[in-house]
Design a protein around this ligand. Structure first.
Ligand code: SF4
Length: 406
């Protein structure tokens, strides 16, 4: 396995099938959203990297453990943690804290936020909860949606495209780029929470930590293998560009230096002899571990949409939604649709927002996109997540049955 952090644009597809272990059983084919797996039934399979989204769904569903990642930053992260001149910031995604306990003998689905903070603090990380950044994302994405909605209602010439698509799932973003490039103007321009967190950690965070940004090493801890691909994208060096504009002159660095999956974070804690199950809880040590319930629900299908609707309701009406849990977009149907009518103060009229939530993208998104292409989509806002159930079932989560990676 290559041990590395990311150079811009380095990763094209980071999942591979080991020929010596593949039985040609076709199990992986059923979970690939893009038909990227090639090879006849019974013969050794391989992955077409041009089509692969790096979502890791084949990896977690291979019954023979024949599918692995080509990139791991584990060794580099351990070296950075041992370097006293470097501040290592751990960006913790919501879906990690409900899964990592399994790797330490705790019950499946047990929420271990305090213990994970404690274990990572013991390992030397500064804690940056990705929920804090999810709150930033939803404010950006919700504001952008309201701007597009108003501009379209008022028939302004520069109105952005509707429906607006969410942009926080890198598997979905890559799918759209490679299969429906003409629909890219529909994507929200907001960065994902991971990328907002990395940028904030190296800009505002540099003041909080009293460190030069080039000495801050950001490690995203994610349920998702595709997040490694996202972190490596060449456009995601905004903090470096910001500091260049301020007169700094250092070689370029990425906003997120490394991504560890839930499995890899468990490996790291085992290697450092830290038993998460018996670690004292820790609350965090900066505002970066503060967040709302909206940020928390990003990890499940419907969560981003629900958070966006709460924000839109507050901004458009001036009031909180009476019932905070917007249940029509929860649950596990492949496509969920809902309408909400509210009084828009700025437009002085009622508006009805039609929204849709799509997960298990490979099986569900095509008809939705065909309607958008044909200009007949009834929706104003569409959330898409690649994995069935959302990030809680991401390709970086613990693997049932074969003892995971530890
Ligand atoms: Fe990654 Fe979540 Fe998208 Fe799955 S749904 S590819 S875990 S961001």
């Amino acid at each position: 396995m290559t041990v590395t952090t990311y150079q811009p644009g380095e990763i094209q597809g980071l999942i591979e099938i080991q020929a010596s272990k593949c039985k040609g059983c076709d199990a992986c084919l059923k979970f690939c959203p893009t038909n990227a797996i090639e090879g006849a039934s019974g013969a050794v399979h391989s992955i077409n990297k041009e089509k692969c989204l790096s979502c890791g769904q084949c990896l977690i569903n291979c019954p023979f453990g024949a599918i692995t990642e080509t990139h791991s930053a584990l060794k580099t992260v351990i070296e950075k943690l041992a370097n006293k001149d470097v501040k290592v910031v751990g960006i913790i995604a919501p879906a990690v804290r409900v899964a990592i306990g399994e790797e330490f003998g705790l019950s499946a689905g047990e929420l271990v936020t305090g213990k994970l903070y404690g274990a990572m603090n013991q390992a030397g990380f500064k804690i940056f909860d990705c929920n804090f950044a999810a709150d930033l994302t939803i404010m950006e994405e919700g504001s952008e949606f309201i701007h597009r909605l108003h501009a379209n209602v008022q028939e302004k010439s520069n109105a952005g495209a509707l429906p607006q698509f969410t942009s926080c799932c890198p598997g979905w973003v890559r799918y759209l780029e490679t299969n429906y490039p003409s629909l890219l103007p529909h994507l929200s321009t907001a960065k994902s929470p991971q990328q907002m967190a990395g940028t904030v950690a190296k800009t505002y965070g540099a003041k909080v930590y009293n460190m030069q940004p080039e000495n801050i090493f950001t490690v995203a801890v994610m349920p998702c293998t595709s997040k490694k691909l996202e972190a490596s994208r060449p456009e995601f060096n905004s903090a470096w560009k910001y500091h260049q504009d301020q007169g700094a002159n250092v070689p370029s660095y990425q906003d997120v230096d490394a991504v560890l999956t839930t499995r890899e974070m468990a490996q790291l804690l085992h290697l450092l002899d830290i038993d998460l199950a018996n670690t004292a809880e820790f609350e965090g040590d900066s505002l970066f571990s503060e967040y709302t319930g909206a940020g928390t629900i990003f990890g499940t299908t419907g969560g981003v949409m629900e958070a966006a609707l709460r924000t839109a309701h507050k901004v458009l009406t001036g009031e909180e939604m009476a019932k905070l849990e917007f249940e029509p977009v929860r649950g596990l149907a492949g496509v969920k649709a809902a309408s909400v009518t509210l009084f828009d103060k700025e437009l002085s009229q009622n508006v009805t927002l039609n929204v849709a939530v799509v997960h298990d993208m490979g099986n569900n998104v095509e008809p939705i996109l065909r309607d958008v292409m044909a200009g007949i989509s009834p929706y104003h806002f569409i959330e898409v997540m690649n994995c069935a159930g959302g990030c809680v079932n991401g390709g970086g989560q613990p693997i049932d049955g074969n003892g995971s990676s530890w």
